[in-house]
Structure formats: structure tokens, C-alpha cells
Design a protein around this ligand. Structure first.
Ligand SMILES: CC(=O)N[C@H]1[C@@H](OP(=O)(O)OP(=O)(O)OC[C@H]2O[C@@H](n3ccc(=O)[nH]c3=O)[C@H](O)[C@@H]2O)O[C@H](CO)[C@@H](O)[C@@H]1O
Ligand SMILES: C=C(OP(=O)(O)O)C(=O)O
Length: 420
């Protein structure tokens, strides 16, 4: 297993480009299953999860070609297999997103049950209930969700009792080819849901209420391919901003967009960062100052994203004062505090809230990454710690951060990968 060796040091400084969004690329690649003609998806990040999604499409018989700019052309005119196998699904929960499109277009889909993961149990009951309400029959057999539809799915008025990003995406995709009108209430409003909806509209779907919590989808008989570039990764953007703030540095991030992360920028402002923005860039400058600890609570968009709390925990660990971080989306997403405490942090857990009292300095230690964003927080901690930190199990980080060590090196970090 590869490891990252990080020698803690001075402030991060420099300029880097932000990659395309993982959480937008994955549903958009799943949505290509709905198109009857070839489709091109651009600005894809080079990530393990994207490779897994392409492998999943290929194993269903989809033709995939990739050009030198990582623009992928997908041609599903010869789909022969309606199964998403366990071996691929177990490495990436977003594989569940092929369920809605496959079922809606071909009347059949067999998708391995994704199960839980390090951050929580992550059920998919709302995805399944929504599809059933649209007329699908669903059985769980030998670990597989076996879904069938007799003819087209039927439009439905469906209320999601929890705000779910993946559930909204799956049901919205399924509804595009259903007979009649579907109304999805309490829909997720995350920018990635909006990006997917915009892509579906380009493919010929009829969707109203994009960006609101009520989506109205009038089913059409067929969709065609289009050219679509995925949006910038707001979580990658936020991660580099927090890394710079924690190290008292100054970074400029290009090919990104401030509007995607207002709640995160507000917290960085509260931490003492000077932030300036342009149409496609964000700059953060700590002017050499120690950050101030901030308190936050995760919640669905537009509130503070759960995918950013781990990084703020690392920043709070070396900030002035005490801050509390409350996780409300996933039941097990504060586990990395034990690793941060092994590096000298002062973090106490009270239920789903981590109370962090900033220390002057973290000390390097061998640490173990447990999930994607926890890995990012340990990398940030390593960069501000005194000494050499080894972060183990970094396969998690390769799911979500393109060229992380190269980008951090460009910002002046002393970080290298040791293959294992
Ligand atoms: C690939 C992708 O886009 N991943 C993101 C997506 O994950 P994902 O789509 O899996 O997360 P959801 O928004 O569905 O989960 C939100 C909450 O709803 C619960 N739930 C969800 C579905 C369901 O059928 N039943 C149910 O109870 C989950 O357990 C969780 O507590 O949104 C999360 C919340 O912003 C992010 O952290 C992930 O990075
Ligand atoms: C939890 C995440 O992703 P996934 O839903 O793919 O596990 C994440 O991106 O932080």
C-alpha cells in the first residue's frame, strides 16, 4: 500500500489548478447510460473513482475512448449486460448511480448492494422506494439489488424524507425517461446535482426547479448524447484553501468558482483569512497569521458540507482558541480525531461534536487514513506538524484528489509518495 511521507514546514505558497469535480463526474458518467447516441464528457478528474466508473460502464458493454485531454467519449449502442458487479461496487459507493439510468432505459438493472463504509451505514432505501413508487419491482438477492420494470417507469410525486444527494440523482435520472411527470420533493440542492441536471437538459431531458428542493421532470421517450464539461471540484478547492490557512500561507486556485463554496469561504474569513476572488479563481492569504478556531455544523447544501469538516478539524487543531465541529450527516465521520490526537492535537468528542482546543504545534507521527476526507485532514496535519509524518492507506486519497502530492509540491510542501 502506498504511503505519503510529509515533512512539516513553512507556509504553503503558490498557484495551482483545480480539477473537475469527482462528485459531479460520477453521476454524469452514469447518466451517459441514458443516451442513445455517443456522448463526450470533459474536464474529468484523473481519479481512481472515475477509472472505476469507466470500468463499470465498460463491463456493461459501453464503448469508452479517452483522448489526451482526458475527455471521454462514451458509446452505449451495444450494451449487453445490465449488471454492476460486487468487485467494482465495493470499491465505490457511487456505483449505485447506474441503477436509475439502466432501469429506466432498459427495464432491468442488477446492482450489487453497496453496503456501509467507514463513514457510516449509508443505506439506499430512498433510492429503492422512489424507484418502486415509479412502478419498478425490486428484490434483494445474494447481495444484489435486482430491479425490473414492465415497460417504461411511471412518473410519480415522491417526497424524500432525508435530503439525499445520490437518491435525488438516481431518481432524477430515472424520471427523465419515465412516462408522465415526476415531482421530487425535499430534493438535494448540491451544486453537483445541479451540474447533473444541466447535463441531462443538454441531453434532451425536461427538468424544472433545478437548484431548488422541488424538481419537476417531464419524462421524454429518448435522450441523446451531448458534449458536457463537469464543474470544478468545490471540495478539492476547499481542501487546498484550508491547507493554506492552517499553514499560515497564501495560495491562488485557478479554474474554480467562489459561488460553489460560500459557506466554506465564510468560515475561512472567520478564521482570519483574507480572501479575494475572480471569475474563475480564489486567492487566500493568511498574511503569516495563525488561524482562529471556528465552530461549524454540517448540513445539506447550501449549509456547510460534510466533505469539508475533517479538513477544518485539522486547521482548528493548530488555531487560536476553541472551536466545535458537529457532524450531522454521517454517524461515523469524526474517527480521525484519534489520529490527530496522536499528533498532539487536543480534541474531545462529545456525541457527534468534536471540541477542538488549538495547540501551538502538532508533532509528526505515523498515522492511518480511514476515509477520503479524513486522509486529507491527516495530510494537512502532516504539513503543519514538526517532523516527518507518514500517512498510511492513502488509496483513499487517490479516490478523490488528483495528483495530490504534485499539487502540494507546487505549493512548496515537502511531500513524497512511497510505493508499498
Ligand atoms: C459520490 C457523491 O456524490 N458522494 C457524496 C454524496 O454521497 P451520498 O449520495 O451517498 O450521500 P447522501 O446525500 O445520499 O447521504 C445523506 C444522508 O442520507 C442518508 N440516506 C441516503 C440515502 C438513502 O437512501 N437513505 C438514507 O438514509 C445517508 O445515510 C446520509 O446520512 O453526498 C454526501 C453528502 O453530501 C457526500 O458526503 C458525498 O461525498
Ligand atoms: C464521501 C465521499 O465520497 P463517496 O460518496 O464517493 O464515498 C467524499 O467525497 O467525501
Amino acid at each position: 500500500m502506498d504511503k505519503l511521507i510529509i515533512k512539516g514546514g513553512g507556509p504553503l505558497s503558490g498557484e495551482i489548478r483545480i480539477s473537475g469535480s469527482k462528485n459531479s463526474a460520477l453521476p454524469i458518467l452514469a447518466a451517459t447510460l441514458l443516451a442513445e447516441t455517443p456522448m463526450q464528457v470533459g474536464n474529468l478528474p484523473h481519479l481512481h473513482d472515475v477509472t472505476t466508473m469507466l470500468a463499470l460502464l465498460r463491463c456493461m458493454g459501453v464503448g469508452v475512448t479517452i483522448d489526451e485531454k482526458l475527455c471521454v467519449e462514451v458509446d452505449n449502442s451495444s450494451i449487453s449486460e445490465y449488471t454492476a458487479p460486487y468487485d467494482l461496487v465495493r470499491t465505490m459507493r457511487a456505483s449505485i448511480l447506474v441503477l436509475g439510468p439502466m432501469l429506466s432505459r432498459f427495464g432491468e438493472a442488477n446492482v450489487s448492494f453497496p453496503g456501509g463504509c467507514a463513514i457510516g451505514s449509508r443505506p439506499v432505501d430512498i433510492h429503492l422506494r422512489g424507484l418502486e413508487a415509479m412502478g419498478a419491482t425490486i428484490e434483494v438477492d445474494q447481495g444484489y439489488i435486482r430491479a425490473k420494470s414492465d415497460g417504461r417507469l411511471k412518473g410519480v410525486h415522491f417526497f424524500m424524507d432525508t435530503v439525499t444527494v445520490g437518491g435525488t440523482e438516481n431518481l432524477m435520472m430515472a424520471a427523465t425517461l419515465a412516462e408522465g411527470t415526476t415531482i421530487l420533493e425535499n430534493a438535494a440542492r448540491e451544486p453537483e446535482v445541479v451540474d447533473l441536471a444541466n447535463c441531462l437538459v443538454e441531453m434532451g431531458a425536461k427538468i424544472d426547479g433545478i437548484g431548488t428542493d422541488t424538481l419537476t421532470i417531464e419524462g421524454v421517450k429518448s435522450l441523446s448524447g451531448c458534449q458536457f464539461d463537469v464543474m470544478p471540484d468545490r471540495i478539492e478547492t476547499g481542501t487546498y484553501l484550508v491547507a493554506a490557512a492552517a499553514s499560515r500561507g497564501r495560495v491562488k486556485l485557478k479554474d474554480t468558482c467562489e459561488k460553489l463554496l460560500e459557506s466554506v469561504l465564510l468560515k475561512l474569513d472567520e478564521a482570519g483569512a483574507c480572501i479575494s476572488t475572480g471569475p474563475d479563481w480564489i486567492e487566500l492569504d493568511m498574511k503569516g497569521n495563525r488561524p482562529k478556531a471556528v465552530s461549524l455544523r454540517t448540513a445539506p447544501y447550501p449549509a456547510f458540507p460534510t466533505d469539508m469538516q475533517a479538513q477544518f478539524l485539522a486547521m482548528n487543531a493548530v488555531s487560536e482558541g476553541t472551536g466545535s465541529v458537529t457532524e450531522t450527516i454521517f454517524e461515523n465521520r469524526l474517527i480521525q480525531i484519534h489520529e490527530l490526537n496522536r499528533m498532539g492535537a487536543n480534541i474531545r468528542l462529545e456525541g457527534n461534536t468534536a471540541i477542538v482546543t488549538g495547540v501551538e504545534e502538532l508533532k509528526a507521527a505515523p498515522v492511518m487514513a480511514s476515509d477520503l476526507r479524513a486522509s486529507a485532514s491527516l495530510v494537512i496535519a502532516g504539513m503543519i506538524a514538526n517532523g516527518e509524518t507518514m500517512v498510511d492507506r492513502i488509496y483513499h486519497i487517490d479516490r478523490g484528489y488528483e495528483c495530490i502530492e504534485e499539487k502540494l509540491q507546487l505549493l512548496g510542501a515537502n511531500i513524497r509518495r512511497v510505493p508499498g
